[in-house]
Design a protein. Structure first.
Length: 209
């Protein structure tokens, strides 16, 4: 059974309030999203396996720790997920980055995949799927479906804000996936937007309408 972590760190709560504010401009919004992603990445990598490594300090030889086992991959759901990649790469710079492109049909609210490019060895990596928003949960579920079809077995999903409806769908569809959420909001409105939310994350990251 996958874990559900809803972050309760004061820094994340503070930064989420900043990006909720409609007066926050594109540059600051993009920077803060990256910072939140870094903090969530820190939490989501807490259980990565370690192994001993012999090192020599300026004083003496000693035994330290290094990451063991599988390599890592960051898979943003385009386009808003791109805003989270930089912050995560700062902590795990050796991770490879793939991309899954989806857009939401404005009438049905269902996700439609238009692009998928993944590392060749994706099935041998621990995978972090990232998207700032989990509204209906459709994009997250479909992205994880695509990764499982490629043989991925150890998948984590990171989002900054989730609606209860999307979180419920994600957990029911992929109960084996760890989910890390910055804030759990109240509900979806009739247009499929998270309330109170922060608007369209992609538009606010890239300065488009």
């Amino acid at each position: 059974m996958g874990k559900l972590i809803i972050m309760d760190h004061p820094l994340i709560a503070h930064k989420i309030s900043l990006i909720r504010n409609k007066k926050t401009g594109t540059r600051d919004f993009r920077t803060i999203v990256s910072e939140i992603a870094m903090l969530e990445c820190y939490e989501s990598t807490r259980d990565l396996e370690l192994e001993d490594v012999e090192i020599e300090t300026p004083i003496c030889k000693t035994t330290g720790k290094k990451l063991a086992g599988k390599k890592l991959a960051i898979i943003p759901i385009l386009r808003a997920g791109l805003g989270m990649v930089d912050g995560m790469e700062k902590l795990i710079p050796s991770a490879k980055v793939g991309h899954i492109g989806m857009y939401r049909d404005p009438k049905t609210l269902n996700p439609i995949e238009y692009y998928c490019k993944l590392p060749d060895d994706i099935d041998k990596r621990d995978v972090f799927v990232v998207d700032p928003m989990c509204a209906t949960g459709g994009s997250a579920c479909d992205a994880i479906d695509a990764l499982k079809a490629k043989g991925c077995k150890n998948i984590r999903f990171l989002c900054i804000i989730a609606a209860p409806e999307g979180l419920k769908k994600l957990q029911e569809t992929h109960p084996d996936v760890d989910v890390i959420v910055g804030a759990l909001d109240d509900h979806l409105n009739d247009h499929g937007y998270i309330v109170p939310g922060l608007g369209d994350a992609g538009d606010r990251i890239f300065g488009t309408k």
